[in-house]
Ligand binder design. Structure first.
Ligand SMILES: [Zn+2]
Length: 110
């Protein structure tokens, strides 16, 4: 029996650790503009690798200009100066508010 408990404990630790990594490190919200791609479309994976997709709103490439805060901030300022805020205007939702979207940006990326 103690052996079984040991195995269960290991399994529990593994599950807890995996859940923590997922919550802390997986990202599906653009660090620059706050566009939410949903949990099935990750921008950054838990191991620190990015998807290298292009954000359809601000046009940032995940893993290139959004690796550090010192990259995110200037990119965001340049983005907000553009006349067209959507890199792919066809994907812009009908009722879209840039400031509502920017509320999604995690605090550490401000
Ligand atoms: Zn973006």
């Amino acid at each position: 029996m103690p052996e079984l408990f040991g195995k269960l404990k290991n399994l529990f630790n593994y599950a807890t650790k995996t859940a923590t990594i997922g919550i802390n490190n997986m990202e599906h919200i653009c660090r620059v503009c706050g566009l939410d791609y949903g949990p099935d479309n990750l921008t950054w994976w838990g191991d620190g690798d990015a998807s290298f997709e292009i954000c359809s709103c601000c046009g940032v490439e995940f893993g290139i200009q959004d690796t550090h805060l010192m990259g995110v901030r200037p990119y965001r300022l340049d983005w907000l100066k553009r006349d067209e805020l959507w890199f792919e205007p066809s994907k812009k939702p009908e009722q879209w508010d840039v400031f509502e979207q920017m509320k999604n940006i995690p605090e550490k990326w401000w």
